[in-house]
Design a protein around this ligand. Structure first.
Ligand SMILES: [Zn+2]
Length: 304
């Protein structure tokens, strides 16, 4: 039995209703509580570290982004207003971002225990916990859009990354895994880029929804799927956002699960997931080793 956790960054409870997308509405779900710490609105690395650990930022230690780069106001500005700059500002900002990121540090990772430390649990990439590179790639893409990257190239790169992440989650269902978690930044990047383009953002939501449904279709009888977000995204076209700054994070975080309950807060996700994962064994504990032909590998130079 596997609990798959899809961390869909910026999946907005209001936009799911606005676009009327059943793909995200599993057996139970709705808007959930999230928090702001170093910014006025929820901030991605801080919230995802909390989702995985169940801890406050002061306890898990991921505040801001955990590195100097993440606290760089130029990058923050770029990610907030991508797609809403005139051409000359885009060029200037792009150069600024590029020059500041020449010597890039890794995104911070908490040393506190997370739900992915459970027996037979696996994680692919998850900001603040394990491998921040895919998130950095998504941020690079947003910066590239600010510098003039074409729509087709942006979407090709963004959905290529998305496909790898969903493909990994799908594969984990074939293995004795208790919890499988992956963070997908597609809807955040699309939301920033298309906060003023309703049809383009609708298409992005529909495409990611198709991926969610592929996972649902692959679930075994005892498997569960949890879809959860850290915040939503304000847009120019969603009526309740009138008067707000488009392409900024909204408070409309969302969760939905194939079970009859779902976590009501980002603080409650870890407990919810671990309770379900503990309900059955994966059978991986009496696992066998593999008799590897080490001489052949040495001949090939794969081993010292
Ligand atoms: Zn986020």
């Amino acid at each position: 039995m596997t609990v798959v956790v899809l961390a869909l960054d910026a999946l907005d409870a209001g936009l799911i209703d606005h676009f009327d997308l059943d793909a995200y509405r599993l057996a139970s779900g709705g808007e959930i509580e999230t928090f702001a710490n170093t910014q006025d609105v929820p901030y991605t690395p801080e919230v995802w570290a909390t989702v995985a650990t169940g801890l406050e930022p002061a306890e898990h230690g991921i505040t801001g982004g955990g590195t100097s780069e993440w606290e760089n106001p130029a990058l923050d500005l770029a990610s907030t207003v991508t797609g809403h700059l005139d051409e000359s500002t885009r060029g200037t900002l792009g150069k600024l971002v590029r020059s500041r990121t020449g010597t890039r540090e890794r995104i911070g990772e908490t040393d506190r225990e997370s739900m992915f430390d459970a027996d037979d649990a696996v994680v692919h990439n998850w900001p603040g916990v394990h491998d921040g590179q895919p998130l950095q790639r998504a941020w690079d893409l947003m910066n590239a859009v600010a510098e003039g990257m074409s729509r087709s190239e942006f979407e090709r790169e963004l959905f290529g990354l998305c496909a790898q992440q969903f493909g990994w989650a799908r594969e984990m269902l074939e293995h004795p895994v208790s919890i499988a978690g992956v963070h997908v930044h597609t809807l955040d990047a699309a939301g920033h880029a298309y906060a003023d383009d309703e049809e383009a953002l609708r298409r992005a939501y529909e495409r990611v929804g198709e991926y969610v449904q592929e996972i649902v279709a692959a679930l075994g009888e005892d498997d569960e799927l949890l879809v959860v977000s850290d915040h939503g995204m304000r847009t120019e076209f969603y009526p309740p956002d009138a008067g707000e700054k488009p392409a900024s994070h909204s408070w409309r975080a969302y969760a939905s699960s194939t079970a009859d309950t779902y976590p009501k807060s980002v603080y409650d996700v870890r407990r919810w997931v671990e309770e379900r994962a503990a309900a059955s064994e994966t059978g991986a504990s009496d696992d066998e080793g593999i008799d590897m032909p080490t001489e052949r590998l040495r001949e090939l130079g794969y081993l010292d």
